[in-house]
Design a protein around this ligand. Structure first.
Ligand SMILES: [Zn+2]
Length: 491
């Protein structure tokens, strides 16, 4: 296992090593292609991370690697994603790059969903090139393969028919020219003029028009585009989810188109499975089950995001647990990193007690016996723990120190034995005591007074947190000042 730094946590898993072995000598072009028709969620991130792991494995072998994120910005809008105004139905069939941003904050519909994802990749310090398909068409990157595809219309139609068993329309064309209306769908290509890199077509109203495919005035249909882009970009590896690799799916057609029409070898492949969110199901933009990469980066460092999204093996389905099981995941992740760490549940207690005060947190951790783990990353760790406590933690793990007035009200539920116990403990506490010593004081005082420890600790939690249970009391109290404790124990 190789680790290069805590922030990115780049680690090359065994499965990626094996894929890299199978790809042989480069130069390599690793690509990951994602639709930008809606939120690009954490499930989509899995595809990019699979590609990244393979790119890193190749780089580690000294191979030259170009790692590309191909954003399908020129694709036509197919249906309205949840949360998008119904009025957007008029844009169905238009390129995502040519549709206005539904919230008005970016230059297009495509950018509205792409930019936040791009920002997350950048926050993860990913060494990746983001290409927008509408720009590739406009820059002429796809001119050669588009011409080849149009010339091979009959062959491509035959492959599509043989693989999908679908009856192909008589006027089917691999190329979708953009009509004056902005629509890419429903046109009929009549003639190819290779010298002028253009096609003549009739639009949805039967009017004749032409489109120059070297200038982005249309695009290849997506099944054809997949094979064509392998050739145009020189792709040697691309991961796919199971929606593409099913029988008769897009990889089946693209594989045949690549070899039989474009005379380009099928790139190396890895089939990854979906991830779900525990208790909510598979992630899906169209069903509104969306967890954004940014949501993950609020509660864990980039290395942990990679670890949780990929799982042990991305070829297997996996449910991410961001609720009760999350602290254990974080502890396992930290342990794998081989550095001293504070157990996540304790960090959560500390973060909720001190808020954003890093100095107070450091003191609390030192007194709690975590001297070694107090380092430069503490402010980040507190940020993650605090966000997790507010956004994901089960109710049993959320806590906040009661203010003195709230504490007084909570104390009304205590009996005289419990009150006297708290007062005695308060007198015994000293500033130099650490968490374990305080724990001993709490326990032995209860025994000496003949008070059942369970009732004694319930009193402690009641006046501090307003609950009857909580984190281990000694280390928790060690994080507070004697004044804070004294004020709440003098009941
Ligand atoms: Zn926007």
């Amino acid at each position: 296992m190789s680790e290069t730094g805590r922030s990115t946590g780049i680690h090359i898993p065994g499965w990626a090593e094996r894929v890299a072995d199978s790809l042989g000598a480069g130069p390599h072009v690793v690509v990951s292609g994602i639709s930008v028709s809606g939120n690009i969620h954490a499930g989509n991130l899995r595809e990019v991370l699979v590609a990244e792991a393979v790119a890193n494995a190749l780089r580690q072998r000294g191979e030259e690697v170009r790692f590309i994120f191909h954003a399908d910005t020129i694709d036509p809008l197919r249906k309205i994603a949840p949360g998008i105004p119904k009025s957007y139905e008029e844009y169905i069939g238009h390129s995502l790059s040519h549709i206005p941003d539904p919230e008005g904050c970016h230059v297009s519909y495509a950018e509205h969903f792409l930019v936040p994802f791009e920002e997350a990749l950048s926050e993860m310090e990913m060494d990746i090139e983001v290409l927008r398909s509408h720009e590739l068409y406009e820059r002429g990157v796809y001119t050669g393969v588009t011409s080849e595809a149009i010339e091979s219309t009959d062959e491509l139609r035959r492959i599509l028919h043989e693989v999908t068993k679908r009856k192909m329309p008589e006027y089917w064309s691999p190329y979708l020219p953009r009509a004056g209306s902005g629509k890419l769908t429903g046109m009929r290509v009549l003639e190819h003029l290779p010298e002028q890199t253009s096609v003549v077509f009739t639009d949805e109203d039967g009017w004749e028009d032409s489109a120059d495919y070297s200038k982005g005035e249309g695009k290849l249909g997506w099944r054809v585009e997949l094979a064509a882009r392998w050739k145009a970009l020189g792709v040697t590896f691309e991961p796919f989810g199971k929606d593409h690799t099913s029988r008769g799916g897009s990889t089946d057609t693209a594989d045949r188109m690549a070899t039989e029409v474009f005379h380009y070898p099928v790139p190396g492949r890895y089939e990854y499975e979906w991830i779900g969110l525990k208790g909510r199901g598979d992630m899906s933009s169209s069903r509104g089950i969306v967890l954004l990469p940014k949501d993950l980066l609020r509660i864990m460092p980039p290395g942990a995001v990679r670890r949780i999204i990929l799982g042990r093996d991305p070829a297997r389905r996996f449910d991410i647990d961001l609720e009760g099981g999350f602290p254990r995941f974080m502890d396992e992740y930290r342990a794998e990193m081989g550095e001293p760490y504070v157990p996540f549940t304790h960090l959560v207690t500390v973060a909720q007690t001190v808020g954003g005060d890093t100095e107070a947190a450091a003191q609390m951790l030192r007194r709690g016996g975590y001297e070694e783990a107090v380092g430069d990353g503490l402010a980040d760790d507190l940020y993650y723990a605090r966000n997790w406590a507010t956004e994901w933690a089960p109710e049993s793990m959320t806590l906040g120190l009661l203010d003195p007035a709230e504490s007084e009200r909570a104390a009304a539920a205590l009996d005289d034995e419990q009150r006297e116990y708290l007062r005695e403990v308060s007198v015994k506490l000293r500033p130099e005591m650490d968490g374990e010593t305080i724990q001993d004081v709490l326990y032995s005082t209860a025994i000496e007074r003949g008070l059942k420890p369970k009732r004694a600790f319930a009193a402690v939690y009641k006046v501090l947190l307003g609950k009857t249970s909580g984190p281990k009391a000694g280390p928790f109290i060690a994080g507070l000042t004697l004044d804070q404790v004294g004020e709440r124990f003098s009941v």
